[in-house]
Ligand binder design. Structure first.
Ligand code: IMP
Length: 178
């Protein structure tokens, strides 16, 4: 692994592919135990979580469903403020054991705005699983139930995460060079 340049920025190797895969296998084993007999519904948030959710889903040996959504944010009226809606959530979550899959929880703003909407639909349980967690960047409280790798507050890309649309195909995770 060597440094790469994408557009105007330089990135250096940070997390090896083997480490990522190992952490995902560990998470898969935990989920196989925690959700045995519960037929959980995984809701993966696009675009960033596509690679993580695909590799995690392959680790499951229990009955499970997955769907992929996009979150669109728009400015609501003054009373509603910043609103986030889910596009593509075509499965009824009521009474289901739901696990939301994120690539990274950074400020927490996205999940903080979106999770109440899922709660309103009364799932049997609602948990968050993320590949990367940046706790030092948090400005909005979010309870993360399953986290593969905790990282410092630095911009990263690769393994589904992008910089200005690029870098999602890189198999390892790189971080922005100072
Ligand atoms: P939030 O700040 O927790 O709301 O993060 C929202 C989204 O921003 C994440 O799901 C990622 O898609 C993206 N994001 C946050 N931090 C990074 C990063 O370091 N690299 C690439 N994308 C990021």
């Amino acid at each position: 692994m060597s440094a790469i340049k994408l557009k105007d920025k330089q990135f250096v190797p940070f997390i090896a592919e083997s480490t990522i895969i190992h952490k995902i296998q560990e998470l898969g084993a935990v989920l196989n135990k925690d959700y045995d007999g519960k037929c959980p519904l995984f809701i993966a948030i696009l675009n960033g979580a596509f690679m993580f959710s695909s590799d995690l889903f392959k680790e499951l040996n229990i009955e499970a469903e997955i769907c992929f959504i996009k979150l669109a944010s728009y400015k609501g009226t003054q009373s509603t403020g910043h609103v986030i809606t889910a596009i593509g959530l075509d499965i009824d979550v009521t009474g289901r054991h739901v696990i939301v899959l994120e690539d990274i929880v950074d400020t927490g703003k996205t999940l903080h705005s979106f999770l109440p909407q899922l709660h309103n639909q009364q799932p049997a349980s609602l948990k968050i699983a993320t590949l990367l967690n940046k706790p030092d960047a948090r400005t909005h409280p979010v309870q993360i139930d399953y986290s593969c790798i905790t990282i410092p507050n630095k911009f990263v890309l690769g393994y589904g995460l992008d910089y200005d649309g690029l870098g999602r195909n890189i198999r390892e995770i790189y971080q922005l060079s100072e």
